[in-house]
Ligand binder design. Sequence first.
Ligand SMILES: [Fe+2]
Length: 360
Amino acid sequence: MRKVLTEDLKAGMKVAKPLYLADGTVLLNAGVTLKESYIQQLKERNIPALFIIDEDLPDVEVPEMISDQTRLQATQTLQECMNDISLGNQFNARKVKKAVNNIVDELTSKRHVVVHLNDIRSYDDYTFGHSVNVTSLAILTGMSMGYNKLELRDLGIGALLHDVGKITVDEDILLKSEGLTDEEFAEVQKHARRGYEIVRETDGISSCSAHIAFQHHERINGSGYPRGLTGDEMLEFAQIVAVVDVYDAITCDRVYRDALEPHEALEILEDMMQAKLNHEIVQVFFENVAIYPIGTLVELSTGQIGIVVDVNKEDLSSPVVRLIKEDDDVEIEEIDLMHNEGIEIADVITDSKRDEYINT
Ligand SMILES: [Fe+2]
């Protein structure tokens, strides 16, 4: 299967994975053949992309970071928390802990988890989907840094709740894609401190988790907000969440901006953000991210075209590539770039150019 942007969907394509809405209902089930009316509905709902069954890769699955069930439980728990907060009530800390424990248990029970950047969320539930992603990515990074389960839970709770302060910010401002006035930007920035205050006042949540909400927009060179803390003053937990928050924001399919591919995100995090984010954490984080996720169409340095069908955890920039043959040769040929030192990936072929290379 592969991810196809909604604007590139065509009637007749088959859905590979169920598409859930924020409330847990299934909008489209796996196996459904797309009709024009369905595609229209996806557009109306601002759903940016869909997983479809790829005829070129019928046997290749994109592994999930966490199960749909665990993801939904966390999304719904966060949604309930936000509802409680907006009503002026305390949120259910026990439920939050349970949702995060499940994510920690699932991630720590798997070996060699690799992030495949395969999350799809609808625009209207961006905060929920984004926060659950940030939670999984932060826990995964904490695991690589040798954290124990208790630390992973505190980190995960802070990550899940890092943006709860957004409930106090005017939705119209939050959904504005660009051109915020100084006043509006100041309003958005308030979500960090307000989130901290909300989480801090909740019984049963550690102050570490509350400080993640407070500090997740701080930058190690002091250029962040709300307090302009430097790296020495920031919690390591908050530095982790800062890295994965930036990563998830620049790689997700927000409707108004084209998502970046993982290799582009790596360049941004390594170069542009070098002064602002903890470089060691960026490095550790990228040990878990498939730079070329399964299903990516690539051009090799030999000029051959192929599709990534597996990744090597030991060297994520050298995946296994299945070559696309020009003739009718049905024999499958795969090159493991980790064991073919002279060959590397020269370019990634984006979806819009895909038809020029295959199925022609
Ligand atoms: Fe935030």
